[in-house]
Design a binder for this molecule. Structure first.
Ligand code: FMN
Ligand code: MN
Length: 455
């Protein structure tokens, strides 16, 4: 649907499916946009919102572009139920990008004194945020030895006209590239793309091996090559369909205060000494639309984080244990696995492959396939009735995990816990579940016993 961000928005506005709202009244980037998104969420509405009149900026702002699974699936042209399948298909069938010689995103090129990040409508969401942040920037970088591209979302703190703070999780790929560049004593070039088609967003969030090129995954998601254009001041390419691109370098060894910022865990975290992004150019379309992803626990952030995680867990767990039927990320750092158990020890095997699939995973639970993993009450019932802690829980202490876990004593070092909540030794030999005979359930009609309308 619509090759680029603009085409996607146009198509969504036409169908209005899932909601598409334009707000003309002036809004402040400080808290007001966040408040409107939050109030709509409280009313269970996740429409795409275009804020046409944003205080202090000439750019309209688009929010919730990836706000629901249905919307993301629609952008890729697949039914919602096939989204995971499509991502796994793209992992297996990458399509390399295609270079084009010019693009809308370079209609305006700003360098030197003309660079001014404060003209972007970067948002302050919560009273715990230290500064305005750019949240919807996809950071492009390249491994210095292989040239393989890496894409990721990283929060970007607006510090000055030409300087940003960046938060790069230890253990993730962008940080690994930066560490390699620091070992060489050289800056890491980056290009930050704002205003991205959902296929680019999903590809950027793909979790997998270090040398897996996320550009190919984007092509696989789209079913056609991603069109890319060369940057003006750095040796990188960016999607031709972007709205705004920030070309920059991250210096080695420089650290400055960054954060706190309200994170998806529900806490303002990870204030620390972090690297600094020095901007060399800003390029954009004429009349660009600025994309924003509401910070904190907004639906959009959670949906964006969860879709790729589940696809990746399914890929890594099923490759070791094909009897795994489904997975569900049900809270930050928490995974529930549905397993058709065939042999002893299989649940632990599945959990070990899940833990090796992503550093963020902290708590993993395996249940039998009679449990609905989308229903946490059901999952807790399995834990309550099928688990003996001494037998079924294992803990791997002090492993690298997310730096955003507020309970860790040393930032980023966490205890990983697995819970085998499958019936032992298996469901067939476990006590039968309560059941009224089927014949009786079918025969009994409440109307025959209780006057209608009296209950
Ligand atoms: C809206 C959003 C914001 C994110 N912000 C950050 C961030 O500030 N730092 C970070 O390390 N990861 C952040 N992530 C997660 C990474 O983008 C994600 O783990 C990605 O797959 C990492 O890719 P990489 O391992 O290829 O570098 C964010 C994800 C989303 C959806
Ligand atoms: Mn990567």
């Amino acid at each position: 649907m619509g090759e680029d961000f603009r085409g996607f928005l146009d198509a969504m506005e036409e169908t209005k499916e899932g909601g598409f709202i334009r707000i003309k009244k002036e809004v402040d980037t400080r808290y007001e946009v966040a408040a409107i998104v939050k109030k709509l969420e409280q009313a269970r509405k996740i429409p795409i919102i275009i804020f046409e009149n944003v205080k202090g900026s000439s750019m309209p702002v688009a929010v919730n572009c990836n706000g629901t699974r249905g919307r993301v699936a629609r952008a890729l042209g697949v039914p919602k139920k096939d989204l995971e399948k499509r991502i796994i298909h793209a992992f297996k069938n990458p399509i390399p990008p295609l270079e084009v010689s010019n693009s809308h995103v370079q209609e305006i090129v700003l360098t030197g004194e003309d660079i001014d990040l404060t003209r972007l409508p970067a948002m302050t969401y919560h009273d715990t945020d230290v500064a305005p942040y750019i949240t919807a920037g996809v950071v492009f970088a390249k491994d210095p030895s292989t040239g393989v591209n890496n894409l990721s979302y990283n929060r970007l703190m607006v510090k000055e006209k030409d300087r940003l703070g960046i938060f790069m999780t230890v253990g993730k790929h962008l940080n690994a590239i930066y560490t390699k560049m620091e070992d060489m004593g050289e800056p890491m070039e980056v290009a930050i793309s704002i205003g991205n088609h959902p296929s680019v967003s999903l590809g950027a969030l793909a979790i997998g091996p270090y040398d897996e090129d996320e550009l190919g995954i984007i092509g696989g998601l789209k079913g056609s090559p991603l069109e890319m254009v060369k940057c003006k001041t750095v040796d990188l390419m960016v999607p031709a369909g972007s709205e705004i691109v920030i070309e920059a370098e991250i210096e080695p060894f420089t650290r400055e205060k960054e954060g706190p910022f309200s994170e998806f865990t529900g806490y303002a975290l990870a204030e620390g000494q972090n690297p600094v992004v020095r901007v060399k150019a800003i390029t954009h379309r004429r009349n660009p639309i600025y994309q924003d992803i509401c910070g904190g626990q907004s639906r959009e952030h959670l949906v964006m984080a969860t879709i790729p995680m589940e696809a990746n867990y399914l890929r890594s767990v099923q490759s070791a244990v094909p009897e795994v039927k489904a997975v569900r990320v049900s809270a930050p750092f928490t995974l529930v696995i549905s397993l058709k158990k065939k042999y002893e020890g299989q649940a632990r095997l599945a959990m070990l492959s899940a833990f090796s699939g992503d550093l963020y995973l902290k708590h993993c639970i395996v249940v039998d396939t009679d449990i609905d993993i989308h229903n946490l009450q059901h999952v807790f019932w399995a834990i309550a009735t099928r688990v003996q802690a001494d037998r079924d829980i294992f803990i791997i202490p002090r492993v690298r995990g997310s730096s955003l876990d507020p309970s860790a004593e040393t930032m980023g070092v966490v205890d990983k816990m697995g819970i085998d909540a499958t019936a032992k030794p298996d469901l067939d030999r476990f006590p039968p579940k309560n059941r009224i005979p089927k014949e009786v359930m079918e025969r009994i009609n409440l109307k025959d016993y209780i006057e209608e309308g009296s209950w």
